[in-house]
Design a protein. Sequence first.
Length: 367
Amino acid sequence: MAVCRNSGLIAALAVASGLAIPALAWGADEPAVTTPPVPAMAPAPMPSPAKAVSVTPASATPVAKPAISTADELLDALAVADRDLRTFSASMQYIKVFPAAQGGDIHIRRGTLNFQNQDPGLQIGRPRRAFAVRFSELIIGATRRDELRSFIFDGTWLVERDEGGKQFFKRRIVTETSNADPLRIGEGPFPLPIGQRRADIVGAFEVSLADPLENVPTGERFDKLRVMLTKAYQLKLSPRPGTRQARDYREVRLWYRQGDYLPVFAQSVNTDESRHEIFLINVEKNPKLPATAFVTDAPDPAVDGGGWTVEISEPPARPASPQVTPPPLMPSGKRPAKPIDPNAPAQADPNQPDPNQPDPNQPDGGN
């Protein structure tokens, strides 16, 4: 059966939009998707001739925002939209499509995404940001099961927590000498479309504005999906040669909703031929998040039970720089041109007699 290249994407979008999808792989021999008929609407009543129809003056008509036509314009609009972005939440569907050499399976995880920016509008330096992705459901083929797995970054520590396997891995990635960012594409567990900075994007990728429906299949069954994606901007990212991103990705695509520029979808095609796709629904800007949203504490046996594997790691400490002691001052108040070696033998004072030479003031040279 022929499989569409974007089967994972179509599945995610279809499920999120409420379409009835019989399978995750698409082919000519599959049954057509049945879409509920749209109820017919009664024609609107005509206005009474005796009543005047009010007309809104042209001056009161809202002025439409200029359309985005280039990648630079979209990056500028995203930067402006992020200036007051303090928190963000959404329902999240994460799809991993394995390479054909590994069987081509499709794993779908569903959960939530919370994001916090402690430095909104920061233009210089690295902002302090946190995110929490909590999955509660895993779908493989026709099998669905509850599976709790979390990825939490509190601004310093990155945690992966697997409730079913009772595994907890905590890694410190931000230190005084290291400032990694798991939200930056290529540094985190998956490409999240939230909180991307212009400097990071253009530094690692060639950026272009793609048609929002590029690579989206056509046909009656995809009409609703195409309508949904038509209302978004698509940013296509091609890794620059020699970058870390070029080792991991062939391309990355990000979709942002028109109007408020909130992220709705992300897709990456990786160098190992796998694909990662993230679809966000029920997006909300600046909601109040729980106080425990970004807690990275290790499991508590009294609460979480025993039997956990806990690993906490920090980057190796950098060797301390050798301390250089300045040479002492000379009587003139100046330092010697050549540093004094404390291990060198003492030099003779030219104003004192050399004990190895005979004293001319003593008879027989002092013997």
